[in-house]
Design a protein around this ligand. Sequence first.
Ligand SMILES: [Ca+2]
Ligand SMILES: [Ca+2]
Length: 223
Amino acid sequence: MKNTTKMKVLGIALLVIVASGAYLIAADHIDAPGVTGSGSASLGSDITDVYAFANGDNMVFVVNTQGLMSPAATAAATFDEEVMLEINIDNDASKDHVEDLVIQATFKDGKVHIHGPKAPVTTGLISTQVSGTTVSADITEYGDAPVIGTAGGIKVFAGPRDDPFFFDLTTYKEIIAGTASMFDNPGTDTFAGTNVMSLVVEVPKSQLGTGTIDIWATSNRKN
Ligand SMILES: [Ca+2]
Ligand SMILES: [Ca+2]
């Protein structure tokens, strides 16, 4: 993939965080047909959740894709080599919702490659791969111990994981229909037993600027 490759945004997930590690949760497990579509190739751009939290002097970013996979489907699941996942970081004082740094992940021949954090070549709905590769790792296969790549203080993991998102969809629908008034505690996790393809990147805070940051993630299919 050339450094000048431009990619269209297909999936987007938004998360606003502060450096202290507070986080906001939202989930979207099935996107529009243009993202989920038919065939495994299009599933690779369907983001389910984005998480960010502090781990000491580091920030950890998680971008989960391909939600609601059964264990059987997970064994055959792969990251789409035509899709780049991008973590966008807005770290200037104005918080203008324009990314000042990007962390990009590409997938090729069983490996994940991280590019950045670097200033973006392009902002907005088109993403361009930034130059250089910061760290790479083998993509962890289903059931195997996690493979973690480390270089320059940055760590990366990519592979299948149990979906951590908890949501009682059945009760939610009952509440909407007026046949239930509230959730049970603890409720029933609709996503129990389903998996996602997870990208995890841990980066020293010192590489992300100072003050607070807003982040969002996009999936971008190669033109
Ligand atoms: Ca900005
Ligand atoms: Ca971007």
